[in-house]
Design a protein around this ligand. Sequence first.
Ligand code: SF4
Length: 364
Amino acid sequence: MSTIKHNWTKAEILEIYNTPLMELLYRAATIHRKYHDPNTVQVSTLLSIKTGGCPEDCGYCPQAARYHTDIKGNDLMTVQQVKAQALRAKSTGSSRVCMGAAWRNVKDGKEFDQVLEMVRTINKLDMEVCCTLGMVTENQAKRLAEAGLYAYNHNLDSSEEYYKEVISTRGYQDRLDTISNVRKTNVTVCSGGIIGMGETIEDRAGMLVALSTLNPQPESTPINALVAVEGTPLENEKPVEIWDMIRMVATTRIVMPETQVRLSAGRTQMSREGQAMCFFAGANSIFAGDKLLTTPNPDVNEDLKMFELLGLNPQKPFTKKSQPNTVEAKESKIKSLNEKPKWSRPEHKIKGNKETKLNSKASK
Ligand code: SF4
């Protein structure tokens, strides 16, 4: 019988987060050892298969078309380009390729078919394939599963309350609905969030309530530290303190013992010692590669040196779950429904996002 607790309250999570640090680390590390090999870290490579020009208004994101940052957009990559990058990632120890497209939601058609082909191609390289493509319907999730998708990423970003201060073009329930659509397949769920966006500790706990009360809990949870990019509404936010990151990782480990907790954006701001403490606190996954979609990330060689120094080994693909089958396009039994789903357009407006959009226009 599973011993995972699914009814965490905000008060309980806050109490854990605020535990004296040495006690918190000991508790998190003890749980970590019970559920995982502490010397193994899963390595993912994040690939931006379609960059920029996104219609959403996520306050942290340089890919939102309305903010006019320095991001150079590109059309959807070809299957061959993706395959070449995946092979490169594999040769440097990555077990998973996560493909990100700056879309509000998946739309049936030529581009989605191309992404399905990318999924088939990478799965056949015996690597775990993850996609982060925005909101998906149940039928689209099933088509991704049939192609051999291993994981789908869809972050909750923050607590439901603070989410409204960061994003106005879609609602929290849309995120939960997408996760629930993915759960109707065999694809694993990757969902986490970002700290350092101006949220309170209560908001961090609120996000962990939302994630940990999902049943099952996400198989992986990225914890990002905001990378404040010039031109976005959150450009002036202060860098996240390493202690906040360590506390967030440790708390996530305690409330979600089986989840792979991923150190994601913001690693360039962290020392090796800081990262080592995060691994001790229960982080057991990183993103590798010099770019995380569009923001900087430590060099692959730096990470390899850090692994050697700390005695860490990259996790082999399909350690936690077996490799999915790939059904070829011509044999597919799940056809496109050409749906036009009605994802929400919330009424709330965010002053900072509106001002940044207006300032971007004025400076053009
Ligand atoms: S985070 Fe994703 S959905 Fe939001 S603006 Fe960036 S690319 Fe678009």
